[in-house]
Design a protein around this ligand. Structure first.
Ligand code: PLP
Length: 231
C-alpha cells in the first residue's frame, strides 16, 4: 500500500519473481475503499509475466464513480490472458446471506477451478435470487445511488469531527479516530454500534464503518460523538 492506502502496483510488480504464481488485486479495495484507475491496472498488467495469474476481485464494482475508468477484466479474459474476475451478489445486490458469487476466466482456468470447487456450492434459491437481481437494474441503481448520497454525508460528518477519512468508492469508509481503537470499539459496542477495527487487515489505528440508511448513520455519528474523547 502507498501512503494514500492504494495498492502500490509499482512495488507489487517489482516483487514478482519465479516463486509468484497468482496476484490478487481488489478494486475497489476492502477495507480501504480505494480505487485503481484503468491506466494503472493496464500498466501493471503489462509488467506481469504472461504465465502468472491475475485475480481481479471486483466485489465493489457497482459502487465506483466512473465506469469508463475501470478495468473489469473481461476484455483481458476474451483476449486469452490469465485473468480471473470475481463478482459477488453480497454487496450492491444485498444477498450476502445467500452466499452467491462467481468467477469468470478462460475455459482452461475454469476447468482447474472446477476440480477443487465443492459440488452444489450455491443453493437453488441463491441462484434464482441472483438471476432475478441481474434482471433488476433498477434495484441495483437505487442501491448504489443511496449509498453514494449517504456516504458523502457520512464522510462530511466524520471529517467535521476532525478525523482522517479515506475517500472511498465502496459502501464503507475507513477512518482514523486518533485514539486507541480497541477501547473505542468496546465503547461503541456497548452503545449498540458494531463497526470493524482494521487491525486484522494490518491497519491498527483504523476503523471501517459500513454506510447504512440515514437513520443508521445518524445513530452511529451520535454514539461516536458520545464515546470519542473531547467531541
Ligand atoms: C473484497 C471482497 N471480495 C469478496 C467479498 C465476498 O463476499 P462474499 O463471500 O459474501 O461473496 C468481500 C466481502 O466482504 C470483499 O470485501
Amino acid at each position: 500500500m502507498d501512503e494514500d492506502l492504494c495498492f502500490d502496483l509499482e512495488a507489487m510488480a517489482r516483487r514478482i519473481d519465479g516463486q509468484t504464481k497468482i496476484i490478487f488485486i481488489t478494486n475497489p479495495n476492502n477495507p480501504t475503499g480505494t480505487f485503481l484507475p484503468a491506466a494503472a491496472i493496464r500498466r501493471f498488467m503489462q509488467k506481469v509475466p504472461k504465465d502468472k495469474i491475475i485475480v481481479l476481485d471486483n466485489a465493489y464494482q457497482e459502487y465506483i464513480d466512473n465506469p469508463d475508468d475501470y478495468v473489469t477484466g473481461l476484455d483481458e479474459i476474451q483476449a486469452g490472458k490469465n485473468v480471473i474476475v470475481l463478482r459477488t451478489f453480497s454487496k450492491v445486490y444485498g444477498l450476502a446471506g445467500l452466499r452467491v458469487g462467481y468467477a469468470m476466466a478462460k475455459p482452461e482456468i475454469i476447468s482447474l477451478l472446477n476440480r477443487v470447487k465443492p459440488p452444489f456450492n450455491v443453493t437453488r434459491i441463491g441462484q434464482r435470487a441472483a438471476l432475478a437481481s441481474l434482471e433488476n437494474d433498477n434495484y441495483k441503481n437505487r442501491s448504489a445511488l443511496l449509498n453514494r448520497t449517504n456516504k458523502a454525508k457520512l464522510l462530511g460528518q466524520l471529517q467535521n469531527l476532525g478525523l482522517r477519512v479515506i475517500p472511498s468508492q465502496t459502501n464503507f469508509l475507513l477512518f482514523f479516530p486518533g485514539v486507541n481503537v480497541a477501547e473505542l470499539n468496546l465503547r461503541l459496542l456497548k452503545e449498540g454500534v458494531i463497526i470493524r477495527p482494521t487491525a486484522g487487515f494490518g491497519i491498527p489505528d483504523g476503523m471501517r464503518v459500513t454506510v447504512g440508511l440515514e437513520e443508521d448513520n445518524e445513530f452511529f455519528i451520535k454514539k461516536l460523538k458520545k464515546v470519542l474523547p473531547g467531541k
